[in-house]
Design a protein around this ligand. Structure first.
Ligand SMILES: Nc1ncnc2c1ncn2[C@@H]1O[C@H](COP(=O)(O)OP(=O)(O)OP(=O)(O)O)[C@@H](O)[C@H]1O
Ligand SMILES: Cc1cn([C@H]2C[C@H](O)[C@@H](COP(=O)(O)O)O2)c(=O)[nH]c1=O
Length: 220
């Protein structure tokens, strides 16, 4: 996410799933499928992940994901969203200082994962996240589920099974049809170095483009 704060000395900031700014921003910086939103101001950047498991809400979510705790489906959806909202003041503070935020997952995973469950529609799932800082860029790292499963740490947590991941993928494809958002699909089967180069290049270009634009609100 790229955020634009008032007077940012050396530049602006960005939110990429990482995202963009609500108010005028300073010069730019530098948003599983797991989308990466970028919100940006310039010259410095700050990574973050969602869920952010260190807060009380985050710990509850973590217990749910590792299957120590069961929570009702609407409840866990709202907790994921609350876990984002509790970080908004800090996100805005950083964005207005010209710091670009690179956020792992963000609201898009919230919608894609819950709407993959029975009896949840995409529109309902979006509601709690309406108004979050809007990413300037959302990078979707696309990888065939079978390839993803071969990589590390797949299979132990809740949701980590192929049939559910396939439904999640369809929800992401639907979310990507939203032309008010800057989605870029990246081929995650490439090696880390090449992928890094491509992501860096797109992120830097986006930071330049959004540096004088105000931060906007997601899905508003
Ligand atoms: N381009 C790549 N090529 C080969 N291996 C990769 C690549 N990118 C990541 N990996 C490896 O795949 C594993 C999973 O990567 P990573 O944690 O980035 O995935 P993720 O989708 O963010 O996982 P999660 O969101 O479930 O934590 C790690 O062991 C990582 O080193
Ligand atoms: C943000 C968010 C995430 N999820 C799901 C997606 C993954 O299965 C886990 C997070 O795993 P990670 O290894 O820490 O990336 O949680 C979700 O269901 N809803 C959300 O809002």
């Amino acid at each position: 996410m790229t955020h634009r704060g008032p007077a940012c000395p050396a530049g602006g900031a960005a939110l990429i799933p990482a995202p963009p700014p609500l108010q005028p921003r300073p010069p730019p910086l530098q948003a599983p499928p797991s989308p990466l939103p970028v919100l940006s101001p310039p010259r410095s950047h700050c990574p973050g992940s969602a869920p952010e498991r260190s807060t009380e809400i985050g710990q509850l979510i973590s217990s749910y994901l590792v299957k120590d705790k069961n929570l009702e489906d609407h409840t866990i959806h709202l907790l994921f969203s609350a876990n984002r909202w509790e970080h908004v003041p800090l996100m805005k503070e950083k964005l207005h200082k010209g710091i670009t935020l690179v956020v792992d997952r963000y609201a898009f995973s919230g919608v894609a994962f819950t709407s993959a469950k029975e009896n949840f529609c995409l529109e309902w799932c979006k509601q709690p996240d309406i108004g979050l800082p809007k990413p300037d860029l959302i990078l979707f790292l696309q990888l065939h589920p079978e390839e993803a499963a071969k990589r590390g740490n797949f299979g132990n947590e809740r949701y980590e099974n192929s049939s559910f991941q396939e439904k999640v993928l369809q929800s992401f494809y639907h979310l990507m049809t939203d032309k008010t958002l800057n989605w870029k699909v990246m081929d995650a089967s490439k090696n880390i170095e090449d992928l890094h180069r491509e992501i860096k290049s797109i992120a830097e270009k986006t930071m330049q483009e959004v540096q004088n634009k105000p931060l906007e609100e997601l899905w508003k």
